[in-house]
Design a protein around this ligand. Sequence first.
Ligand SMILES: Cc1cc2nc3c(=O)[nH]c(=O)nc-3n(C[C@H](O)[C@H](O)[C@H](O)COP(=O)(O)OP(=O)(O)OC[C@H]3O[C@@H](n4cnc5c(N)ncnc54)[C@H](O)[C@@H]3O)c2cc1C
Length: 415
Amino acid sequence: MRYFDIDLNLTKEDILLRRTVREFAQKVMRPVSREIDGMTAEQAVADDSPLWDFMKQAYELDLHKILLPAYYGGEGLSPLQVHLVLEEMGWGSLGLALQMTVVCFPFYLACMTGDDELIDTFVKPFCECRDGSIRGCWGITEPDHGSDVIAVGEDYFSSSKMRGNTQARLDGNEWVISGQKSAWVSGGTVATHCLLHVQIDSSKGFAGNGICIVPLDRRGVTKGKPLEKIGQRDLNQGELYFDEVRIPKGWMLADPDFYVPFLDMILASANLCMASWSTGLARAAFEEALTYSKQRIQGGRPLIEHYAMKQRIFDLFARTESCRAISRAAINLNFKLSPPHVEYSLWAKTQCTEMAFRNTHEAIQIWGGNGLTREYILEKLFRDARATLIEDGNNETLARHGGHILGEKYPRKPI
Ligand SMILES: Cc1cc2nc3c(=O)[nH]c(=O)nc-3n(C[C@H](O)[C@H](O)[C@H](O)COP(=O)(O)OP(=O)(O)OC[C@H]3O[C@@H](n4cnc5c(N)ncnc54)[C@H](O)[C@@H]3O)c2cc1C
């Protein structure tokens, strides 16, 4: 389906970029993601998995560095262009889109420090990588701490009773890291580097955390088995274990003094990505429903010609456009601002994931029994969308965090 874009100011470059990624999403991401979806979690990351060829092709298209500035060798895309790319990838497969974006996380954050050593050691090799051999992941949640780790506004966040599962101590010029991250680290089982949250000063709870880069070939690192789950099965996940792992002092990107602002930057970016992918997912469900409603005959005519169906199809369209409007507005704001207004990223993530989920749910209803069979993609879109309500912070926790920011930020009395 040729999709109209409400923004009449897209440049030729924007349109060409979108066309390239759309083609990749249609011809590569969709078929690969469905193939992996049908495999076990172990098979999905085995040497003969189609994941590897997908990654190689995505790196060749430079999709691994779309968030990185041109100055350091990244793509240097405008916020709108980032949105265009992420939406198309989300249409192709939310799981693979996430896999391809999380690979840049440690390097993206290293760029924000502007530290020459980190740029030379980590960012430049990543940007030059064309074969998919350098892959990042993000380890923030822990076996004992899911929502806790982003609950900045809650009193317990800074409580000494909050003992993290991953500790770091300074020993001369090195950090020594021990502990473990949750089974949910996206891309963790195939990653070569981790953007790792560690507790440095436990007397401050999670406010005493730091964020570092750990190459996962360091002595003392081990990985868990890939996790089996119902949605985003094309995105592998697994634990990371650290046993007295040593890294140079300079690889700590943020210590407790800068932890919360850094956490906010990460949350702002991660949530914008999730909102943009969800727009693609919402669109995919809308397109499936529209196409089916024109093909399926009931009462002697196509479903779309029935009055009640027209309204339902319009609602799917409306939610898709709302997702796009919200996620573009938020990306346009927060990819230009430092520090970002995190509440707008939280707004975009919570709203877009809810609307995308609603679209997949409603599209299945429009497809009737056919929507439930594994023969068609809709049931996968539905399972993938369900996971988005939980990942990158479940929506209730993100909403509470947003409420906390609003309470802190805005004056008691309107001016
Ligand atoms: C597909 C996917 C990808 C992910 N990728 C990553 C990744 O790359 N890296 C990573 O580190 N983690 C990742 N995660 C983990 C994810 O961030 C967590 O699952 C999420 O933050 C929620 O934590 P939890 O699952 O432990 O749920 P919990 O925090 O245990 O929450 C369970 C329920 O309790 C509620 N709840 C929690 N706290 C409170 C409270 N204070 N008051 C009231 N209600 C509360 C929640 O709203 C929720 O409904 C991923 C998860 C998924 C599903």
